[in-house]
Write a protein that binds this ligand. Structure first.
Ligand SMILES: CC(C)(COP(=O)(O)OP(=O)(O)OC[C@H]1O[C@@H](n2cnc3c(N)ncnc32)[C@H](O)[C@@H]1OP(=O)(O)O)[C@@H](O)C(=O)NCCC(=O)NCCS
Length: 160
């Protein structure tokens, strides 16, 4: 479990857990708002399957208090020497309460603290202004690089 003592705006501790037998159904059922479906799959089930099938990404359940509220995943990329964050999805019913910010801060800090202190990268749809604003606000800098049409952003130091 990754617990860096970061809370959402309602005071709930936000922690990240390997997905296990007890909570995989709740994670699979995490869904975006309908208007966000251009940016992410219809549910986190897709990310769970990707993690299981390809053994590249590590899926994590985002837990606020004792409730599963989202999904996020990370990977190591040998080619660019960076950790990557992906599959960031906060359930529609839980958005706007600081869970997304707590999740990014927790995972990014944990990845930056791993041996080597490698940069953390992610990619985001250019039209996804809410996510781009969130990433920029913690220190991600957008690069002149695209992956599958998405803007690549890199973090070397958290600014919060
Ligand atoms: C992007 C996402 C993860 C943010 O999660 P969240 O829990 O709603 O975000 P928070 O409440 O922590 O807000 C963090 C910041 O996000 C931005 N943000 C969140 N909702 C926003 C909205 N509706 N409009 C504009 N900015 C918004 C703001 O910059 C906000 O900053 P603030 O804390 O100063 O208000 C969430 O909206 C989500 O799951 N979206 C669908 C999936 C997605 O787009 N994932 C990213 C793929 S790269």
């Amino acid at each position: 479990m990754i617990d860096l003592g970061i809370r959402d705006r309602t005071g709930r501790p936000v922690t990240l857990h390997p997905v296990d037998d007890a909570d995989w159904r709740a994670v699979a059922d995490v869904v975006p708002r309908d208007d966000q479906r251009d940016f992410v799959p219809p549910s986190a089930a897709r990310y769970l399957l990707l993690s299981l099938r390809e053994q590249v990404w590590q899926s994590l359940a985002v837990v606020a208090g004792d409730e599963v509220v989202g999904h996020v995943m990370w990977a190591w990329d040998d080619e660019d020497g960076c950790h990557w964050v992906g599959g960031m999805l906060v359930d529609a019913s839980q958005q706007g309460t600081g869970v997304g910010r707590a999740t990014v801060l927790t995972l990014a800090r944990w990845l930056l603290d791993r041996p080597g202190g490698h940069p953390v990268r992610l990619s985001v749809d250019p039209a996804n202004t809410a996510a781009r604003r969130l990433y920029a606000s913690v220190g991600f800098v957008e690069l002149d690089e695209r992956v599958d049409g998405e803007v690549v952003a890199e973090l070397t130091t958290l600014t919060v």
